[in-house]
Design a protein around this ligand. Structure first.
Ligand SMILES: Nc1nc2c(ncn2[C@@H]2O[C@H](COP(=O)(O)OP(=O)(O)OP(=O)(O)O)[C@@H](O)[C@H]2O)c(=O)[nH]1
Ligand SMILES: [Mg+2]
Ligand SMILES: [Zn+2]
Length: 328
């Protein structure tokens, strides 16, 4: 496994292997940032580095590196976040310092893997659409992680799109194990970043929105974004990777990319374990709308655990539901 493996304990902020000769701040700026109202921000966080964040100021295309105050970690009650700001955060920048973070509309969040403390990893905030990317093949379609992301989106009130990529690898007549999603109320786009098929309909669904692309590693999130943005728009990403001094293909941290038409797209690193945060066992079923609907026909007190008479028996996402329930 490579040393930057993103499921190691400090895989995200501290795990970025920034060469010491680089210009990043060695120490955090002390003091407490303040929480601001939504309209008080003047910039959006585009990428996170150790002790610094790249921001884009409103109305300007340029990125700028800013320091941030570390003691803002207490935002949002007693849960600790790995970083005081995340990609998509609206912030107030004064001088070259993020002095405050605006209230978040929503957040895509998981518990940080392998940490002894209950640390939270906010992958991105203030999202209009969560694009859950999976591959038709290589790697094979995995319902488990797709449904976890769909539950995370639903629990935050974020509309989701399931995007099944690499359809060029699909043999004619091969079974599509994801074909039940539209009936479950989930928008589905089949596409191929390689051939470009489906890219236009995806772009159409995301027009003018802030969309975060998430999913397993290697499913083609970055390739899709490159296809949607064109190489020109993506030149900026090359620039970013250059800034960290890492020649890399695999995405190691979330990056916000503005598209020419006003859409904003966020690439996120592929993750292996997506541990849900803030979803209760009792409320899980409501995030599987087709199961919740069918459950109205169950006998009283049905646990939907393969009991005879359970109306959920045989439904496509029951297995995912049971698995996630068992993990909460
Ligand atoms: N055949 C085929 N290969 C694809 C397609 N999209 C991406 N790939 C390949 O799949 C591999 C992974 O693509 P990436 O775009 O890096 O995947 P990712 O989801 O961004 O991966 P992480 O950054 O690790 O999370 C690359 O070798 C791509 O060339 C596609 O539509 N068809
Ligand atoms: Mg990537
Ligand atoms: Zn039941």
């Amino acid at each position: 496994m490579p040393s930057w493996s993103r499921d190691s304990e400090e895989d995200w902020v501290d795990g970025l292997k920034v060469p010491p000769r680089r210009k990043y701040a060695k120490r955090a700026i002390t003091g407490q940032a303040v929480e601001l109202a939504a309209q008080d921000g003047n910039a959006t966080v585009a990428e996170i580095f150790p002790n610094q964040a790249a921001v884009r100021f409103d109305g300007g295309a340029a990125r700028r590196l800013c320091g941030y105050r570390m003691r803002s970690l207490a935002f949002g009650g007693n849960s600790r976040e790995r970083s005081p700001v995340c990609v998509g955060d609206r912030v107030r920048v004064s001088g070259a310092v993020i002095v405050g973070r605006c209230v978040r509309r929503n957040r895509l969040i998981r518990s940080a893997p392998n940490s002894r403390d209950p640390l939270l990893h906010v992958i991105a905030a203030n999202i209009d659409r969560l694009v859950v990317v999976a591959a038709a093949r290589e790697p094979n379609f995995s319902a488990g992680i797709v449904d976890r992301f769909l539950v995370a989106a639903s629990s935050q009130g974020i509309a989701a799109v399931l995007c099944v990529n690499k359809t060029d690898l699909l043999e004619p007549g091969a079974e599509k194990t994801w074909s039940h999603y539209p009936a479950a109320g989930v928008a589905l786009v089949e596409c191929s970043a390689r051939s470009g098929s489906g890219a236009e309909s995806l772009a159409e669904m995301l027009r003018g929105k802030t969309a975060a692309f998430c999913g397993h590693s290697g499913v083609g999130k970055t390739s899709l974004l490159r296809r949607l943005l064109g190489d020109e728009g993506f030149g900026r990403v090359g620039e970013l990777s250059g800034a960290t001094g890492m020649g890399r293909h695999t995405t190691t941290g979330a990056v916000l990319l503005p598209a020419a038409d006003g859409s904003v797209w966020i690439d996120t690193p592929g993750i292996m374990n997506f541990a849900l945060v803030g979803v209760e066992r009792a409320g899980l079923l409501q995030h599987f709308s087709e199961l919740a609907q069918a459950a109205a026909r169950c006998p009283q007190g049905c646990l939907h655990d393969a009991e005879p008479g359970c109306a959920l028996n045989g439904m496509a996402r029951l297995r995912s539901y049971r698995q996630i329930l068992g993990s909460l």
